[in-house]
Design a protein around this ligand. Structure first.
Ligand code: ASP
Length: 309
């Protein structure tokens, strides 16, 4: 049987040891473990990479700890606008949604766009119409509300500032989420989901739902999910850049991921990280920030849950 593996992330940023209470650190690790195990058991029972990444991301979206689904950050209008994407490396099918509200699991809506529409990317009112057509029940604002996120927003509301959860203070939390997986047939997939940036306005959309920037999968090369300063990740076409370095420069997964995160994106001013797998189940999880919530598990026996460098 081929190597199966899954990698997940819960965001990258200013995460220094000692910044978080031990209790909080345990809560994050427990949430990561739950998402990791849920995705891995899909792979172990013969499920596809697409099923596994969707499963892992929904578990992370359901946790208030991360900036995706429940616990998403606040926009300038004190609302939540979420973005998500998913890509199947075998068929190159992809689905993405942005500027959606009230949807418990944005990644599942992205998957429905991939599988039940002729399109790849639906946004705003149209995406919500699509959700309605596919019988999504909307959650009210209280479901997404989180005290800490609200506090972060109160501190910068009525200013022109918008903030990545990346430049945070002591004991704050952040975390776009993502998953990449390689299944027992050697197919790979990637999924990413986020609430974006605190106090964002003007319909701001980051890299997370953009195929090629925050998310990409192709059996020929790799599956990638990113987290970081979205504006830079869009300009760096980061996820696709990793695939290009593998395809055109002959780099391996770890070399290509490292080159993009620790060189190319840094050179244009971007900070963050990514997770990646290839069809041999190899894993990469580089980041150029102080920490990244991350975890991986593979049938080779490798298992890791980490936060700091
Ligand atoms: N990349 C996301 C965005 O710009 C944010 C993040 O990764 O935390 O929307």
């Amino acid at each position: 049987m081929k190597t199966i593996s899954i990698v997940i992330h819960g965001g990258a940023g200013t995460l220094r040891k000692g910044m978080m209470t031990p209790k909080k650190e345990t809560a994050y690790k427990t949430a990561l473990q739950l998402a990791l195990d849920s995705g891995y058991s899909v792979l172990k029972t013969g499920g596809t990479a697409v099923d596994a990444v969707e499963k892992a991301v929904t578990v992370l979206e359901d946790s208030y700890l991360f900036n995706a689904g429940k616990g998403s950050v606040f926009t300038a209008d004190e609302t939540h606008e979420m973005d998500a994407s998913i890509m199947d490396g075998n068929s190159l099918n992809a689905g993405a949604v942005s500027l959606i509200s009230g949807i418990k699991n944005p990644v599942s809506l992205a998957r429905d766009v991939m599988e039940k529409s002729e399109h790849v990317f639906l946004a705003g009112v149209g995406a919500m119409e699509f959700a309605k057509k596919h019988n999504y029940k909307l959650k009210d604002d209280t479901y997404f509300y989180d005290e800490l996120r609200h506090q972060q927003w109160l501190e910068i509301k009525d200013t022109d500032n918008f903030q990545l959860d990346h430049s945070l203070k002591k004991d704050s939390k952040f975390g776009t989420v993502g998953a990449v997986a390689c299944d027992s047939n050697g197919n790979i997939a990637a999924a990413t989901s986020t609430g974006g940036m605190t106090n964002k306005r003007f319909g701001r959309v980051g890299d997370s739902p953009m195929i090629g920037s925050g998310n990409y999968a192709n059996n020929k090369t790799c599956a990638v999910s990113c987290t970081g300063s979205g504006e830079y990740f869009i300009r760096g076409v980061v996820a696709y850049d990793v695939a290009c370095l593998i395809e055109h420069k002959g780099m391996n997964l770890v070399e290509a991921s490292d080159e993009v995160i620790n060189k190319r994106i840094l050179e244009i001013g971007g900070d963050g990280g990514l997770i990646a797998v290839d069809t041999n189940g190899n894993i990469a999880m580089p980041f150029n920030t102080e920490g990244m919530y991350r975890a991986c598990k593979s049938s080779t026996g490798k298992e890791e849950i980490s936060i700091y460098k």
